[in-house]
Design a protein around this ligand. Structure first.
Ligand code: FAD
Length: 617
């Protein structure tokens, strides 16, 4: 039997155990993380110094430990000699994390990009062409979101005659009108409020902010219309004909377009199919790209009440006193962040066991810690079972581990995901296969089962992100023009623009452990980064995952201000097959947050000087 104790964790004593990661009966390898400790400034995983089966665990959540405290007993299967240092801490740290448990089959590439529906549809011979071979357009693009407008512009640049069909008055789709852009404008306002408040400790006081919601809404709309207006100009310059209306296939080479007065706001929580308007016209095309996107999922059985909103409604910032956000994913938490900063008392309820499912827990922890202090309540492993519209508010009934008594909220934001619009475009008339969830299967060239019809963006599958849509849009246009291209991006970065921001790309630690992908990790706590401290923040962290054999970068995650901007360096490193030396030996400007990427690589290589890393004995 081998006892595993808390190793030297620097000057810290009585440090809180915030997570126990193993239980009796679990098999652990050398370096398997056992417990997570939290000092005032950083969290650290304590890795195992022995391999074998856990016989007993001496600690529980909430215990306080110091160097030498017993963590657990292991029935050894080849015990290591002494305790390793923890993964990272404020003054002392061993950011180089070691091997994942029993890494199985090596995975040569870092591809996690390919999570969408690439079911390789059987390509059909082009359906019977009744047009006589002459078409109104070389290319018709259905939907003018980031996928659609990019596809249309690229097709025009390649010399095609292009029509772009869109039901809303402005181009830009969900992203520009009711998604990425308005939410980020509001998040900026939230950030300014918070940063102004945080400067109080430095002797700079602004007083309580006065929020003029009408003006704020107007400013947000201005940002949006600048961008959507710009797209209109770009379309004109390229001679892309924008046709306003609801498009539906009527044959493999034809689409009908009905007039509409639909706006992004008027489709909020729309229950049915898009209703065709008056005066439909028909156009024919040689090629088509479907880019009709997605809409918010509506929970079944919800009362029809304006106090129950989706993300589009939330962007109208009609501020309630007390709001419940259903769904602890990226969209729900971003809106929660905005409402909290603007003075609403926010609660969040999430069905799974943690916020931002799919993201590594160590990246989410600083956000959890920050919002736990600010929000009224955060409930995980909890389900909403009933919403009732009462005069005094929306009465919500919960069920699950952290379920409170029924509560009354002034507003409820439903942010439980988005569903594709595949079943609303008459795809069957063109012979295009749509699966039961509304996604359109495509191959690696973004072709549907009908070879001259392509599909891109949210409508083809996860991840539903604007940058994935635009990448696919370009690709589909180029393939339609005859270029030999296919979707070969290795990774697609994800970002939550919360406070702090969280960004990750490539293989995650959770995924690597679940799939047995070998990896080693270098990490760097922002409490030791000069730039972060000058911003008044020390709660961030950067980690980079490497292939232990080749030292190539296979993934990474960042939490802290501007994480979304910083993650691109790791994405590029993966695409370029870069290794730890490439990152560590690239001179990064000082003082910047980007240095933490370089330091993480140095930590992995054992060349880090900006922290003291005790040598393993
Ligand atoms: P969409 O943007 O959905 O565009 C589809 C277009 O097709 C729409 O304009 C629609 O009106 C039109 N259309 C549909 N059917 C028809 C029809 N029959 N006839 C004519 N027109 C039709 N992603 C990010 O990458 N970063 C973010 O920060 C981010 N933030 C978000 C915040 C919120 C609140 C939301 C809701 C989403 C966010 N997203 C973000 C997701 C992003 O908006 C989508 O992934 C992206 O817009 C998908 O692009 P798309 O081109 O596939 O479709």
């Amino acid at each position: 039997m081998t006892q595993v104790n808390v190793p030297d964790i620097g000057d810290f004593k009585d440090v809180e155990v915030i997570d126990v990661l193993v239980k009796p009966g679990d098999s652990v390898e050398l370096e398997t993380p056992l417990v997570t400790l939290e000092t005032e400034k950083a969290t650290m995983d304590v890795p195992s110094s022995a391999a074998g089966v856990v016989k007993s665990v001496a600690l529980k959540k909430g215990d306080r430990v110091s160097k030498g405290s017993l963590i657990l007993e292991v029935e050894a299967a080849g015990a290591g000699a002494s305790s390793s240092a923890p993964a990272a801490s404020k003054e002392t740290a061993a950011p180089k994390e070691a091997k994942a448990p029993a890494a199985a089959a090596a995975k040569d590439d870092a591809s996690s990009a390919d999570t969408m529906v690439r079911e390789k549809p059987a390509i059909q011979a082009p359906a019977e062409d009744t047009s006589g071979g002459s078409y109104d357009y070389d290319m018709v693009v259905l939907g003018a979101g980031p996928g659609g407008y990019t596809a249309a512009f690229r097709a025009a640049d390649l010399g095609m005659k292009v029509a772009l069909v869109e039901r809303w008055p402005q181009l830009g789709g969900v992203c520009l009108n009711v998604g990425c852009i308005p939410s980020k404008a509001l998040l900026h306002a939230a950030k300014v409020i918070e940063e102004a408040h945080e400067m109080e400790v430095a002797g700079v006081t602004f007083g309580k902010p006065k929020i003029d919601t009408e003006k704020l809404r107007g400013w947000k709309e201005k940002v949006v219309s600048k961008l959507t207006g710009g797209l209109g100009i770009l379309a004109k310059q390229r001679k892309v004909e924008v046709i306003r209306g609801i498009g539906k296939f009527v044959s493999p080479h034809e689409m009908s377009i009905a007039n509409t007065d639909m706006t992004p706001q008027s489709t909020v929580l729309s229950k049915g199919e898009n209703a065709p308007g008056e005066g439909a016209r028909k156009i024919s095309f040689k090629h088509c790209i479907i880019a009709a996107g997605s809409e918010s999922v509506r929970l079944p059985g919800l009362p029809d009440d304006p106090r129950i909103i989706d993300s589009t409604g939330a962007l109208e910032i009609d501020l309630p006193k007390r709001m419940l956000v259903i769904g602890g994913g990226i969209i729900g938490l971003e809106m929660a962040c905005v409402y909290d900063a603007l003075g609403t008392k926010v609660s969040v309820v999430e069905l799974t066991d943690g916020l931002i499912p799919g993201c590594d827990r160590d990246l989410v922890r600083p956000l959890e810690k920050r919002i736990a202090k600010r929000y009224e309540k955060i409930m995980v492993k909890t389900k909403v079972t009933k919403l009732e519209a009462l005069k005094q508010g929306i009465r919500v009934t919960f069920e699950g581990e952290q379920a409170p008594e029924p509560q009354i909220y002034d507003k409820v934001l439903v942010a439980v995901g988005r569903s594709p619009n595949g079943k609303k475009i008459g795809a069957e008339a063109a012979g295009v296969v749509v699966n039961e969830r509304g996604f359109i299967p495509v191959d690696k060239q973004m072709r549907t089962n009908v070879s001259h019809i392509f599909a891109i963006g949210d409508i083809v599958g996860q991840p539903m992100l604007a940058h994935k849509a635009s990448h696919e849009g370009k690709l589909a246009a180029e393939v339609a023009q005859g270029e030999k291209r296919y979707f070969d991006a290795r990774v697609i970065p994800s970002v939550a623009y919360t406070d702090p921001e969280i960004a990750w790309v490539g293989v995650t630690e959770t995924e690597a452990k679940a799939k047995g992908i070998p990896f080693e990790k270098g990490s760097f706590p922002w409490s030791a980064n000069a730039r972060s401290l000058t911003l008044g923040r020390d709660d961030g962290m950067t980690k980079v995952l490497f292939d232990p054999e080749t030292h190539r970068v296979i993934g990474g995650g960042i939490v802290g201000p501007n994480a979304g901007d910083l993650i691109s360096e790791i994405a590029l490193a993966i695409e370029m097959n870069s290794d730890a030396g490439d990152l560590g030996m690239t001179i990064h400007p000082h003082p910047t947050l980007s240095e933490t990427v370089m330091f993480s690589a140095e930590a992995f290589e054992g060349t880090l000087t900006d922290l003291y890393v005790p040598k393993k004995t």
